[in-house]
Design a protein around this ligand. Structure first.
Ligand code: PMP
Length: 402
């Protein structure tokens, strides 16, 4: 079996598991129990983990808030900011290709009287900072644009958008879940006010994430209770998970260059082969500014879901875009039925469920890419033979020529 779905989740690195193990039954104290040895040891482990996560993104430890994952971090950054800063205005700018964990809190704010301008992107999925500028209003409180897109792989010009936000004194949040552990991040170089990190995108455990919050910004707590995490997030910390995330950050930092080199090589190999050998193929996302190891495409006349299933039958696991959004497709909400990301980059609506995302990881090999390359021609040939759209094309009625 070949796993090419690292944007959905990654396996936990054995070194991460090893780092976590002592924090289940050995050091099991509550980090808030400052009075006894168990609590103190747990508190120290939490402090060290915070330091690791912070230093992996160039932040100060007190700027890291642990959460249950990227979804919660995005909710906290977005709802938390506007609730704590009611005087900063009721207008928000977001990209149209954000993850649902950004779009859903924005929708809920819209129902509470906030106005959201969704800025589009070009055919490569790139948001133009000039368009963000044009969307600015006198009462813009916040801009939120993701660092990288899990479905089409495009990495955004966060630095340019952040410069603009800072110039106009607008709070800028970026969801860096899809970039976690694979696209190097320095919060000062980026110039963001807040940034979401995901543990399970970088060989850490699921159910844990972090929000970076630049000193000087205020958020209102979304999960109220015991006011852990400097009052930003209540609930006893998931210490084994946090220690695991910290170890995953340490490893990502130490191994960044090797991982990136490997993933770029695998990416180029697959990309070049597809470009030269598969007729009717259209890549999605940016050809250069993309997540290392990420290749995404659709093939005219062929349904992406069928391609996905047939690859799976050959033991190759990929995804048709965002794993999270696949839960939403087919639900009553019509506007969630097709991928909003593919629609935004101009893939014809009738093929919006049709793209394939291959997201490779640090343990994938060239042999695995070769295997995929050897499996693809016969699969594509079979799917074309079964395709009514392709039959139409052979009869001279090409649906794409309209
Ligand atoms: N943002 C982005 C860009 C994502 O790809 C994901 C899913 N991996 C999330 C947020 C939400 O992550 P989680 O489901 O782990 O909370």
């Amino acid at each position: 079996m070949i796993y090419f779905d690292h944007q959905s989740t990654t396996p936990v690195d054995p070194r991460v598991v090893e780092a976590m193990l002592p924090y289940f039954s050995g050091t099991y104290g509550n980090p808030s129990s400052h009075i006894h040895a168990q609590g103190v040891a747990a508190g120290e482990a939490l402090d060290n983990a915070r330091l690791s996560v912070a230093s992996s993104i160039g932040a100060k430890p007190e700027e890291v808030i642990f959460t249950s994952g990227a979804t919660e971090a995005n909710n906290l950054a977005i709802k938390g900011f506007v609730e704590a800063n009611a005087d900063r205005g009721k207008h928000i700018i977001a990209s149209a290709i954000e993850h649902y964990s950004v779009l859903a809190p924005l929708r809920s704010l819209q129902s509470r009287g906030f106005e959201v301008t969704y800025v589009g992107c070009d055919k490569y999925g790139m948001v133009d900072p000039v368009d963000v500028g044009k969307a600015l209003k006198h009462d813009t409180a916040m801009i939120t644009v993701q660092a990288a897109n899990p479905e089409i792989g495009t990495i955004q010009r966060i630095q340019d958008i952040a410069l603009f936000a800072r110039k106009h004194d607008v709070y800028f949040h970026t969801d860096a879940a899809a970039a976690s552990g694979i696209v190097p991040i320095d919060v000062d170089v980026l110039g963001v006010d807040s940034l979401t990190l995901s543990s399970h995108n970088m060989y850490g455990p699921k159910g844990v994430g972090a929000l970076y919050l630049r000193t000087g910004n205020r958020l209102s707590c979304q999960i109220v209770g015991g006011m852990q995490e400097s009052g930003y997030r209540s609930g006893t910390e998931n210490l084994p998970g946090i220690v695991g995330m910290a170890k995953a950050c340490d490893l990502a930092k130490a191994e960044a260059s090797t991982r990136i080199e490997l993933l770029k090589n695998l990416q180029i190999k697959l990309w070049d082969w597809l470009a030269n050998n598969v007729e009717y193929l259209e890549f999605t996302g940016h050809p250069m500014y993309r997540i290392p190891g990420h290749v995404s495409f659709w093939v005219k006349f062929i349904e992406g879901e069928s391609l996905l299933l047939m690859l799976n039958m050959k033991g190759i696991m990929c995804s048709s875009g965002s794993a999270c959004s696949s839960n939403l497709r087919g639900h009553d909400e019509e506007d969630l039925a097709a991928s909003h990301v593919l629609t935004a980059v101009g893939v014809p609506a009738e093929f919006c469920s049709g793209s394939l995302t291959v997201s490779m990881g640090k343990d994938n090999t060239e042999d695995e890419v070769d295997y995929m390359i050897s499996a693809l021609p016969s699969i594509i040939e079979r799917l074309l033979a079964m395709s009514p759209l392709y039959a139409d094309k052979l009869k001279g009625k090409d649906p794409y020529s309209k």
